[in-house]
Ligand binder design. Sequence first.
Ligand SMILES: [Zn+2]
Length: 144
Amino acid sequence: MLDTNGTLVLGKYLLSAELTRSEWGALAVAGIMAHEFGHIYQFQTEFGQRLTQSQPTSKLLELHADYLGGYHIGLKRLRDGEIDAEVFMESLYLKGDNDFTNRDHHGTPEERATAMLAGYKTGLTNNRSIHQVAEMGVTFVHNI
Ligand SMILES: [Zn+2]
């Protein structure tokens, strides 16, 4: 058994669909991976518990991961120059749902896109630690 701090699994259908949807499909995949790494970070810190305790659904946890995913893409935009961040935002929008009472509720399309965009803007400034960014994300998703 490998000694890891988390495992990220992406399905081939999801990968294929994202990669072929636009010329910036790889950016959406990078965003999705950043969302999943965000979950690993949440569960290795206090954020995971803070975002799930007393919550009927996983919405806050998921929107927070969208925020962190957006943050990553913002950093990438700073480093790599011109990218189309809307592709990731649209990808999250399409994965939003209106199953408000389902335990797996991830947030509405609008909420997911909004959380990603807020994280993205935070990434563009790149002057905070990941802990500070995650804290801003908690405040953001509680007020969404
Ligand atoms: Zn998630």
